[in-house]
Design a protein around this ligand. Structure first.
Ligand SMILES: Cc1cc2nc3c(=O)[nH]c(=O)nc-3n(C[C@H](O)[C@H](O)[C@H](O)COP(=O)(O)OP(=O)(O)OC[C@H]3O[C@@H](n4cnc5c(N)ncnc54)[C@H](O)[C@@H]3O)c2cc1C
Length: 413
């Protein structure tokens, strides 16, 4: 069996609140880094950590749950999971957490990895059967049953999760209508150019997309939703509704304990909160992001993994690895989107490839330096773009536009 008792004092206790992607990754990294103390992970859900990205992409097709690690791994590594247990308060002076069962547990290092929860809309009819959100496995099971060929799915919100579900549902022959409040889908998270391309793709595959739409309420029949009511008085018939209007950080424990929060627990690039004994990682945080000012909330697996690494280094007392340019992915129909960086204000976009083939990359640059790359089925463009953003490499946009010019030859030397 792996020796898990190297390194730090065996008396040290780490408590992780949240058995999600960030919490599960941290526990594994701590052992990998030689942490020999006690690791206890509290999870409100009944499950060991699993991958959430497939829930909006493949789970509705019947694919099984994808676990983060095999259950044996945690037993071998002496990582304790207390599942189905919500931590309800922290006592920073006594360094303890209290669970909903009333038990108190002491810590030397506390890591908050509580993630985020879907934003709800306070709409008339919001509590009808068939009105769904998507964050966890239970939600995904409900959604799987809602995606049928004899009903219509109305998706409120044209963000990544909503569009992924739209694509999965269309693939199964479900009628889908996306209702977006803004003038374009993906308004918060992607460039206008990518929004335009994705709008065409979804429409070509039969998804209805309506933008600039105000929702007035949901109408039900016998307790189940049957229509979305719009502010202009019209109605859209449906058999289920997915609210895909973003997620809010689960920062309540931190707030009540007086930690610095601002729509997310504020952390530095070593995952430290305003209390030296408490770290925070993943979707619940607002963190520094390379190449941008201030703090931002990133909701992505790469960010959760990077912060788990930061927290592990802090607890182990080893140097931090260099910060990463933020990136994430999204799968919609046969497009594998990979996006790195953050589109800078007043940047210009250069398109390489042809969206009609599904293979393209949008490079966003200002003064010959890239701030972001939005790619589809273009691994080489994504990798090169990410590297050029990291190193602020000067590039020649006109050359990038010509797919026949090698990516290396687009760099100005
Ligand atoms: C449907 C969907 C699709 C996604 N697709 C992508 C994608 O394609 N690419 C990508 O990069 N990212 C994607 N994401 C985002 C990614 O899954 C998240 O960024 C990641 O899961 C964040 O990890 P986390 O550990 O911070 O939060 P989570 O994974 O949400 O875990 C937090 C856990 O903490 C538990 N918890 C909360 N409060 C308490 C408490 N008080 N006590 C005990 N337990 C508590 C919660 O129940 C939850 O299990 C997707 C997310 C969703 C929901």
């Amino acid at each position: 069996m792996t020796d898990t008792t190297r390194g730090a004092s065996t008396a040290e206790r780490v408590i992780v609140v949240g058995a999600g992607h960030a919490g599960g990754t941290l526990a594994a990294l701590l052992r990998q880094g030689g942490f020999g103390g006690l690791i206890t992970v509290f999870g409100q859900e009944e499950h060991l950590p699993y991958h959430r990205p497939p829930l909006s992409k493949y789970f509705t097709d019947g694919q099984p749950v994808k676990w983060l690690r095999d259950p044996d791994f945690y037993a071998e590594q002496k990582i304790s999971f207390l599942l189905g247990q919500k931590v309800v308060s922290l006592d920073r002076a006594r360094k303890t957490v209290r669970t909903g069962l009333g038990d108190e547990h002491p810590y030397d290092h506390l890591v908050l990895a509580t993630g985020a929860t879907p934003r709800l809309l306070t709409l008339p009819g919001g509590d009808l059967n068939g009105v769904l959100t998507l964050r966890n496995l239970t939600d995904a099971q409900h959604l799987r049953s809602a995606i049928t060929t004899d009903g219509a799915l109305a998706i409120i919100g044209g963000g990544f999760v909503g569009l992924e579900v739209a694509s999965a549902a269309r693939n199964r022959g479900t009628e889908v209508i996306v209702l977006e409040r803004e003038a374009r889908i993906l308004a918060r998270v992607a460039s206008e150019q990518l929004s335009t391309i994705m709008t065409s793709l979804h429409r070509d595959r039969g998804t209805q997309i309506r933008t600039n739409v105000q929702i007035a309420g949901l109408r039900g029949h016998n307790g189940s939703v049957v229509a979305v009511q719009l502010a202009d008085g019209s109605e859209i018939a449906c058999s289920s509704v997915l609210l895909g209007v973003g997620a809010i950080p689960r920062q309540e424990l931190a707030l009540e304990a007086g930690l610095l929060c601002d729509q997310g627990i504020i952390v530095d690039d070593a995952a430290r909160t305003s209390d030296p004994a408490i770290l925070a990682i993943g979707d619940v945080t607002r963190r520094p992001v390379p190449g941008t000012e201030g703090h931002r909330r990133l909701e992505s697996i790469p960010s959760a993994v990077e912060q788990a690494q930061q927290a592990a280094s802090t607890i182990l007392g080893v140097p931090q690895v260099a910060p990463e340019v933020p990136w994430f992915w999204s799968d919609q129909f046969d497009l594998k989107l990979k996006i790195a960086g953050i589109v800078a204000p007043e940047s210009q976009a250069t398109l390489r490839g042809d969206p009609a083939t599904g293979r393209f990359a949008l490079f966003h640059h200002r003064d010959g330096v890239l701030s972001a790359v939005e790619s589809s089925n273009s691994a080489a463009e994504f990798m090169a773009g990410r590297k050029y953003i990291t190193h602020q490499t000067p590039i020649a946009p006109l050359r990038l536009a010509d797919a026949a010019t090698s990516l290396r030859d687009c760099v100005l030397v």
